[in-house]
Design a protein around this ligand. Structure first.
Ligand code: SF4
Ligand code: SF4
Length: 361
């Protein structure tokens, strides 16, 4: 907890990954560690320098904290034959997030559009969002699954932060360039010791970003993808990917923009105590499309197609933007190593399938 009453969450090493955790001191940061990522693979690796933020995004994102995976909505207690509803409207936690990447800021913007700026405002998300401070750190070491440059979301944070840092390690010096993005950020900076950035530090900071941009190899052709997916509903590639996909839903869990939830009620054996919980759901779950005595999407093919087509195509129709920010998490954390950039490229490269708009399978 900092002096302002914010819990500070930032990069820590736990569960063999660099992921958000409580930060009490600089020693909690992953000094000298990086990650090596690929389709279906994530490994921690030692760096040769003492960088504190020299890694690419891990499995957790702001979504884990702003749109929690499970939360109790209310409790019902029966006393003397009467039920009392106790709503779970406790204060949302106040948190300062340190080390937020540009693609994550973009993902939070996508979730804002869905959970705050659409017809129905989610009070859980909006209260947590309002109680957050965001300290971004510009990426210096993207991983092989990153494709933020193709989606226009990174590697440098452009907006949506209170403060943005660039870590500059050069020879014997280890410095941070700080950019202020809000009044809260200016206020935070005023409480620290800092000096005016030199031209040289600004130039080096730009070099960090330029190097990061050059290191991103993965390309994704975003233009026209919404139409491509709509026009290839029955393409044979969907059978191909379905033969590899396990329908585990990992991709939706790690994706920082996926927002679907379900509601579960539970009661104890006495029938005097019941709770209603909201939990993340996934379009890969059979029950997700259960309506009127059956599920609409019975096959893995139809569920993978639903996920990809919603994310990259119908999201535009619903929310006016893509549901993908190019973070690459769904590639690294897919146990089958399924890579959405490869799947879309295969759809593009193959001869166009007969244009149909078939029903559920
Ligand atoms: S694409 Fe990968 S992560 Fe997603 S459901 Fe299929 S196997 Fe699981
Ligand atoms: S679809 Fe994959 S690459 Fe795109 S935002 Fe979600 S996890 Fe990241």
């Amino acid at each position: 907890m900092d002096q302002r009453g914010y819990e500070v969450l930032g990069p820590t090493i736990h569960d063999s990954a660099i992921s958000y955790g409580p930060i009490h001191a600089i020693e909690d940061l992953p000094e000298g560690w990086t990650s090596e990522q690929g389709p279906g693979s994530y490994r921690l690796k030692r760096r040769t320098d003492g960088a504190l933020f020299g890694y690419a995004t891990g499995p957790k994102s702001l979504k884990n904290f702003l749109h929690p995976s499970e939360i109790k909505l209310f409790t019902a207690e029966r006393t003397n034959g009467t039920f009392r509803i106790l709503s779970n409207d406790g204060l949302a936690p106040r948190r300062a997030f340190l080390g937020v990447r540009a693609c994550e800021l973009a993902a939070a913007g996508v979730q804002d559009r869905v959970l705050i700026e659409d017809r129905f405002k989610d009070p859980i998300y909006s209260q947590r969002r309002a109680g957050s401070i965001v300290i971004a750190v510009n990426c210096s070491d993207p991983s092989s699954v990153c494709f933020c440059t193709s989606m226009g979301t990174g590697p440098r944070a452009k907006a949506g932060y209170d403060l943005a840092l660039t870590e500059v390690i050069d020879g014997g010096t280890h410095e941070f360039l700080v950019e202020v993005g809000s009044e809260t950020g200016a206020d935070l900076l005023a409480g620290t010791e800092y000096s005016e950035a030199s031209e040289e530090l600004r130039r080096k900071s730009d070099e960090v970003t330029a190097r990061a941009e050059r290191s991103i190899q993965r390309q994704f052709e975003n233009a026209g993808v919404a139409e491509l997916l709509k026009e290839n509903f029955d393409h044979p590639r969907w059978d191909d990917v379905a033969s590899r996909c396990l329908a585990c839903g990992n991709c939706t869990m790690v994706c920082p923009t996926c927002f679907c939830v379900t509601v579960e009620d539970m009661s104890d054996v006495t029938g005097d105590h019941a709770e209603r919980w909201r939990k993340w759901d996934s379009c890969f779950a059979l029950g997700f499309s259960y309506i009127h005595y059956g599920s609409v999407r019975l096959s893995t093919k139809s569920r993978y197609r639903q996920w990809l087509t919603h994310k990259l195509s119908y999201w535009h129709d619903q929310f006016g933007e893509s549901g993908c920010v190019g973070c690459g998490r769904c590639i690294a954390w897919c146990p089958a190593g399924i890579d959405l950039t490869e799947e879309v490229a295969a759809l593009r490269a193959a001869a166009p399938a007969e244009k149909t708009n078939g029903g559920g399978e």
